[in-house]
Ligand binder design. Structure first.
Ligand SMILES: [Zn+2]
Length: 109
């Protein structure tokens, strides 16, 4: 998704407040964010009952377990060594920039 210049400024200002240290690997301070979020997909919760042959053999479709929650994160990369940190966009207060692509308000926050 292409961000407007105003939106990019908003992200840059937020990162300037939150990301105050240099890269822990190379000690260079040159962070740059990517506009495409990275979704961290968790595994499904373990089933409450013993899995049957049908559920253990299923890889998709209605019998497969529902995936766990996913965390939308903003990738921020060190421009010297490539170390990449993933910052949760809800914690950053920036989730509304990706409205329509991710839920507006996550459960339990
Ligand atoms: Zn680095």
């Amino acid at each position: 998704m292409a961000l407007t210049p105003d939106q990019q400024v908003r992200i840059t200002n937020m990162l300037r407040m939150k990301l105050t240290e240099p890269c822990p690997l190379c000690l260079t301070k040159n962070w740059q964010f990517g506009e495409n979020l990275v979704m961290l997909q968790t595994l499904p919760s373990p089933p409450r009952h013993r899995p049957t042959v049908l559920t253990t053999l299923a890889t998709g479709g209605p019998l497969s377990p529902r995936p766990g929650p996913s965390y939308p994160t903003l990738p921020v990369m060190c421009q010297n060594c490539g170390n990449t940190v993933l910052l949760n966009v809800y914690k950053l207060g920036l989730a509304d920039l990706w409205q329509g692509q991710i839920p507006a308000s996550p459960k339990g926050s």
